[in-house]
Design a protein around this ligand. Structure first.
Ligand code: M6R
Length: 614
């Protein structure tokens, strides 16, 4: 959470930093700030609210200067208000910092600094850190880079920071542990950001700092990397970025979420492109090929993830067990890491994460690695922390997902996990040739079937209008579509703030059925393949209690049409692939309901796209 941006070069920094912050606003948006150096003094503006509010606030300061740092915040320590917003000054006013992360031992450091005469304006851990750096500078009589290195050895926590010192106006010092930090390298200019989107139109060359690395970025010089622990030299690995500007813009859609929903046919195709060669009966995945023995000899697969990625993990549990006959356990990363789990070197852990930065998932990976498990990552963001931390992996290739509500990440994660399961099923010999071919061929048809599912958009808008004022909703599914019910409920609650619950349809009678009355909309996934008759019985139980039924059905279904208040059709496919289709109408429903309720679809309250704190 939190986005950081910096610029040092020959252009005016203000527009670059502001635009960069807007691109990173998905990471946190409860306050924003900017500091610019005009050659003489630091000019700083910060405010509660969004980057748009910051633009107004910044009218009060000089916007001149070719050095600048900016921050968009998701509050951890201290409520979102002007004072707690970043950047933060040191007591002398000579140093200024932006920070993404948490300094866990800040209270103890604050007490110590207070004894030495330091005062604090804000409630933040970040203001403590910048004053610690200043104190080190003074007491050790060292330059900024060294002071940052010494100070960071005294803190416990996570950080991506950028620090500027008025006395050294040709450099910015950055450091990383746990939170992402990329440096864009241009001709005579450098960019700093939480991801590459703020500088993609200026340069394709970037260095991603590793954990416990820092860099001194000095104008006219090559960047110098050092290890925070012992100040030894580290060597930058310059990557050529593949991202383009179009991918991070709305492209004519009102919201990123809608754009990303509509991108799914293309995104799914990109996920299997070069991997799925259906007519040759081949699935190519280097990460699996090179580690096949580990998967085949595994006692079990443990999947860890959070939120929507966890739901994709639940779908994967069905897929791996059903197709490849490998036992799977799916865990919330946050629970896994704190419950002393039994892990051995015979376990394979799959970590699923769109951002590749989720703190709990990262911590679960580290724990599993310590215990000797082989760790495989399924990430979207190339070069992300999880992608780097895992032993092997497969990217989803969904392209940047900017809307906070995950959509194309979910379907592309399921696509990758399906490819993996099919490949393992083939290698284990548990699949007949004909079944294997049937799956490969059907998987290739999914993008066009998703397109077909998207054609229900107008109908879904009409249904959304009927239920937009509901206060509660239930989502039901069975088998492969139980996780889709959970995902449908999560989508609705996170962007429209309507309370929603997902349940396995058969669990209704063990409690939730008590909630059903004529005011309760119940979204039921009732596709032909997968416990159809049982779900129909569940629908009847709801109907006899006057619940409103909105059913997702297979094209041509008549039976459920007679029972339900509304039906939305999706094309027919193999049972294990149905989540790729049934999730589409639920995404669109949440989207339209949120728009009709005037909610901020792409930036729902209290949330952030990458959850880089526990
Ligand atoms: O980047 P990750 O996939 O690790 O993120 C996990 C969750 O934070 C994320 O899926 C979250 O639940 C989404 N907002 C759901 O739409």
């Amino acid at each position: 959470m939190c986005g950081i941006v910096g610029y040092i070069g020959y252009r005016e920094a203000f527009p670059i930093v502001i635009k960069g912050l807007q691109r990173l606003e998905y990471r946190g948006y409860d306050s924003a700030g900017i500091a610019l150096f005009d050659g003489n003094q630091i000019n700083l503006a910060k405010t509660k609210g969004k980057v748009e509010d910051l633009k107004n606030k910044a009218k009060e300061i000089s916007q001149k200067g070719t050095i600048g740092i900016g921050h968009t915040r998701w509050a951890t320590h201290g409520v979102p208000n002007d004072v707690n917003s970043h950047p933060h000054y040191s007591n002398s006013g000579e140093l200024v910092i932006i920070h993404n992360g948490i300094i866990e031992n800040y209270e103890a450091i604050k007490q110590e600094l207070t004894k030495r005469g330091y005062t604090f304006q804000s409630d933040t851990d970040t203001e403590v850190l910048i004053n610690l750096i200043e104190e080190v500078q003074k007491t050790e009589n060292v330059k900024l880079g060294k002071a940052v290195q010494i100070a960071l050895n005294q803190v416990v926590g996570a950080y991506a920071i950028a620090v500027f010192d008025k006395k050294k106006p040709d450099e910015i010092v950055v450091a990383k542990l746990g939170s992402p930090l990329a440096i864009g390298i241009g001709e005579g200019e450098f960019f700093i950001a939480s991801d590459a989107s703020p500088f993609i139109e200026f340069t394709n060359n970037a260095v991603y700092l590793e954990d416990e690395e820092m860099a001194i970025i000095r104008l006219g010089k090559e960047i110098k990397l050092r290890k925070i622990k012992d100040d030894s030299v580290a060597y930058p690995r310059i990557l050529e970025l593949q991202m383009n500007l179009e991918e991070i813009e709305k492209g004519g859609y009102d919201h990123f979420m809608l754009k990303e929903i509509y991108e799914q046919p293309r995104a799914i195709k990109d996920t299997y492109r070069g991997r799925l060669l259906a007519n040759q009966g081949i699935i190519r995945m280097a990460g699996i090929d090179l580690n096949m023995e580990k998967f085949l000899n595994a006692n079990r697969i443990i999947i860890v993830a959070c939120g929507t990625s966890w739901h994709a993990g639940l779908v994967a549990e069905y897929i791996f067990e059903d197709l490849a006959r490998i036992p799977v356990e799916v865990e919330y990363a946050s629970e896994f890491r704190y419950r002393n789990p039994v892990i051995t070197d015979k376990d394979v852990l799959i970590a699923i994460s769109q951002s590749g930065e989720t703190a709990d998932t990262l911590a679960a990976i580290k724990l599993a690695k310590e215990k000797g498990a082989f760790v495989f990552g399924v990430c979207n963001v190339v070069g992300s922390s999880i992608a780097r931390e895992t032993d092997a992996g497969a990217y989803t290739h969904a392209g940047p997902e900017i809307g906070v509500a995950s959509t194309k990440a979910f379907t592309t994660q399921i696509t990758v996990l399906t490819l993996m399961a099919l490949k393992l099923a083939k290698a284990k010999g548990v699949f007949s040739e004909s079944r294997y071919h049937e799956y490969l061929t059907e998987l290739e048809t999914i993008p066009s079937k998703v397109e077909k599912a998207l054609e229900s958009n107008t109908l879904i808008e009409i249904i959304a209008d009927v239920y937009k004022d509901s206060t509660n909703c239930l989502y039901l599914g069975r088998g492969y579509n139980f996780p889709v019910a959970l995902e449908g409920a999560l989508k609705l609650k996170e962007i429209s703030y309507i309370h929603a619950e997902g349940y396995p349809a058969a669990e209704m009678k063990h409690g939730p059925i008590a909630l059903i009355d004529e005011h309760m909309p119940v979204f039921v996934i009732a596709t032909k393949k997968g416990h159809y008759e049982k779900v129909v019985s569940n629908i009847q139980e709801i109907k006899s209690r006057k619940g409103k039924i909105i059913a997702i059905v297979t094209e041509g279904d008549e039976q459920v049409r007679d029972l339900a208040d509304h039906v939305i059709e999706v094309p027919e496919t193999l049972e294990s692939l149905t989540p790729l289709l049934t999730t589409i109408p639920l995404q669109l429903l949440s989207y339209h309901i949120a728009v009709m309720r005037n909610c901020n679809v792409d930036q729902p309250r209290n949330l952030a796209k990458s959850v880089t704190v526990e």
